[in-house]
Design a protein around this ligand. Structure first.
Ligand SMILES: [Zn+2]
Length: 596
């Protein structure tokens, strides 16, 4: 994709922005023009390593940094045209990534390049996705913003003249129209940077004297750009146009979405605007449509937890409840389940707020409380549509809870989420929502809780040489409580008793790939309670939470913390992450504070 292109041809507002014009249940956010997901590879994973068959040397495209000595050799524009990118100089050899080494154009251009640079080209094949990323890296993004900014300022000067002219003629054309090109370019660069950097959110925030652009990566907000204050309204307008929001409505919060095709991959953006005292703030959440295609394994659902979940979703009816605070990855787990269930001949309907990922073959619908299309009213209409499987984004009121139970009892599989801290807490929460224990007992099939932890960067992982006494004691204590079955998940451990487990933990040293943080990506920790006939009877008779949990432990249940400890011993995360996330259980305040 060419970044020189400042028009918006790849950017399509998603169809669901036209609120209320179609019957909500029939509504799907699928945009037929942009469904190309099949052709995509796992470019998002990024760091494919290519081994050159001739030289035998390896290039990790994700890690390649292109220095000035290389960028000064050739202009970025011709690279895209000829399908190659020089990325490293070693003596009189220049290493070049090529899309197709047999292409005549590429060969001619390379010959010319060798002559002008006085260097011999060493060729490395590269896939199109990595190629585009490399091209972008070749063009320094801050430079691109700079270019767009100066052209914005230029057009602004011209505009002032025009504005005077216009005032004289008293015609009322909009300012934004003229500024459009450089501003579009800036928004495009901001969005691309976020995708390249693996961000989950982009914040465009008006401050007292400037506009700040920040990215959230792996749960942490990073300051990225500071732009002139006067640019704010134009940027905000541009994003609002993309996402079909009302430009002139500046006093009320608005929500919308749009979709772009980036490197042949669809990326959806959920946009919200919020009036603040310095102007409108925009948050764009990046919903990588590929993320909806994830698997239990990739999410870190392992061992017994995975087996139970796989078994339970095969049942024709029952309720599966996933719990956790906002941002703990609950809906990703539900999407992974739907993906397993999504087969021809099965009617799956979802009711979501919002639709986070578009799944082909599934009828997804978005609740719209403003037109009285809520979880409860939506669920009632869905039940009339004869679905087999229903996913309800969240159960948050008595009516929805009751309808979910009813759906399960009438032969549907229901997947939903609840806002509680633990798996066992879901029972109490449902009873608080006036559900009769005996109905709960006969409809619940699985309770699950989860959190997301930051993952240790696999490229700079090292063993921690000294583990604090406190951490060691905590690990040993939890290991001793785990069922022997769980210990088998510890890599390289073949013993049977907890005392024999070698206590080794890991951390990330920090490298270029993880921006020196030592952490990259995230992994979930889980606890899964299967509602067996025995546990069902306990729920029905109003047993205490701790007694039900005791029974679950007898059945082989492990807590999120224990799951986290196994993952720490396996080098997936740090023991500090496990403690940070699992020992911070002060109740609802934690849940509220973690929301975005
Ligand atoms: Zn690293």
């Amino acid at each position: 994709m060419t970044t020189e292109n400042s028009d918006n041809s790849q950017i399509n507002p998603a169809s669901d922005a036209q609120a209320g014009q179609t019957a909500p249940v029939d509504q799907t956010t699928q945009d037929p023009q942009t469904v190309q997901a099949e052709q995509t590879t796992q470019a998002a994973e990024g760091d494919q390593t290519y081994q050159d068959p001739q030289s035998g040397s390896q290039v990790d495209w994700g890690q390649v940094q292109i220095g000035d000595e290389v960028t000064s050799l050739i202009s970025a524009g011709s690279l895209e045209k000829y399908g190659f990118v020089p990325f490293r100089i070693a003596g009189d050899v220049v290493q070049v990534a090529v899309l197709d080494r047999n292409d005549m154009n590429t060969q001619n251009a390379l010959r010319f390049f060798e002559q002008t640079s006085h260097k011999k080209a060493e060729l490395f094949d590269i896939d199109p996705e990595s190629f585009s990323v490399l091209i972008r890296r070749f063009k320094d993004p801050s430079l691109q913003i700079g270019e767009a900014l100066s052209s914005y300022q230029k057009s602004e000067e011209e505009e002032e003249k025009e504005e005077l002219e216009r005032k004289r003629r008293s015609s009322g054309a909009k300012l934004e129209v003229l500024k459009d090109a450089p501003v579009s370019k800036m928004v495009e660069v901001i969005i691309k940077n976020a995708i390249d950097g693996g961000a989950s959110d982009i914040h465009i925030e008006p401050l007292d004297k400037s506009v700040r652009v920040r990215y959230r990566v792996d749960g942490v907000l990073y300051n990225s750009l500071t732009l002139p204050k006067k640019l704010g309204p134009a940027l905000v307008s541009r994003v609002k146009i993309l996402s079909n929001l009302k430009i002139d409505e500046k006093r009320k919060p608005q929500d919308g979405r749009f979709r772009i095709s980036d490197l042949g991959k669809d990326v959806d953006f959920r946009v919200s605007s919020l009036p603040t005292s310095y102007g409108e703030k925009i948050v764009m959440r990046i919903l990588d449509t590929q993320t909806g295609l994830t698997t239990f394994d990739k999410l870190g659902i392992e061992g017994r937890d995975k087996k139970i979940l796989e078994d339970v979703i095969k049942e024709p009816y029952g309720i599966i409840l996933v719990t956790g605070p906002t941002g703990s990855g609950k809906s990703t787990t539900l999407y992974a389940s739907l993906r397993v269930l999504n087969k021809v001949g099965v009617n799956i309907v979802t009711l979501e707020d919002p639709v986070e990922y578009v799944l082909e073959g599934i009828n997804q619908s978005q609740v719209k409380p403003e037109i009285d299309y809520t979880f409860a009213s939506g669920l009632r209409s869905i039940l009339r549509q004869d679905p087999d499987i229903i996913m309800v984004g969240e159960i948050r009121d008595e009516e929805t809870a009751e309808l979910a139970i009813h759906a399960s009892l009438t032969g549907h599989l229901v997947l939903s989420t609840l806002h509680t801290n633990s798996a066992i807490g879901a029972i109490t929460r449902m009873i608080d929502m006036k559900i009769q224990p005996f109905l709960l007992a006969s409809s619940l099939s699985l309770l699950m809780a989860q959190r997301l932890l930051r993952r240790i960067c696999p490229d700079c992982r090292e063993e921690v040489s000294e583990i604090s006494q406190g951490a060691q004691d905590m690990i040993k204590e939890e290991l001793a409580k785990m069922p022997p079955e769980a210990l088998k998940r510890i890599k390289g451990f073949s013993g049977t008793s907890a005392e024999e487990v070698p206590i080794k933990t890991y951390r990330g040293k920090g490298c270029n790939l993880c921006q020196k943080t030592g952490m990259r990506g995230r992994v979930g920790i889980y606890e899964v309670i299967e509602v067996t006939p025995k546990i069902g009877r306990m729920i029905g008779s109003g047993a205490l939470e701790q007694d039900i949990e005791k029974q679950a432990i007898e059945d082989g249940y492990t807590t999120m913390k224990q799951d986290g400890i196994i993952k720490a011993l396996n080098g997936e995360t740090t023991i500090e992450e496990v403690q940070r996330v699992t020992e911070d259980e002060s109740g609802e305040e934690v849940i509220a504070a973690k929301g975005e």
